[in-house]
Design a protein around this ligand. Structure first.
Ligand code: CO
Length: 134
């Protein structure tokens, strides 16, 4: 069911510093910061030949990554995102298999303008999993 690894998301305490690390030290293609108010994050996209890294930083009061950063002051891997062809079919199959979908179970529009869902980390070996319809 799952396809390509779309991205790995890393929460960082300082977006400018992290962007510089990826651009200069690691020599990657790094975007400018993009605010995603609906998701409570500012994102920088690191475009690699076979996937993307998303650097995330809290935006606004109720950011879902603020607590993560409190617990992990140096930052850390927050989630991984797999591509699926049909997010509703994928969701229904996951739910039928007993996996838990976070939120109200309906897809939201993700960072790339495509529908996404998040799956409970306890069902996937301690890893927050995002699925994105591509
Ligand atoms: Co993501």
């Amino acid at each position: 069911m799952i396809g390509k690894l779309n991205h790995v998301a890393i929460v960082v305490p300082d977006l400018a510093a992290a962007s510089a690390t990826y651009r200069s030290t690691l020599g990657a293609d790094v975007s400018d910061p993009v605010d995603l108010p609906d998701h409570g994050v500012t994102t920088v996209f690191v475009n690699l030949p076979n996937t993307k890294i998303e650097l995330l930083h809290p935006l606004g009061e109720d950011s879902p990554v603020a607590k993560f950063l409190e617990k992990n002051k140096d930052g850390g891997i927050h989630h991984i995102c797999y591509e699926v062809d049909d997010i509703i079919a994928a969701r229904d199959r996951l739910v039928a298999d007993g996996a838990r979908i976070l939120g109200n179970g309906e897809p939201k529009t993700g960072a790339h303008g495509k529908p996404v869902l998040f799956l409970h980390p306890k069902d996937f070996y301690g890893t927050l999993v995002e699925i994105e319809q591509c």
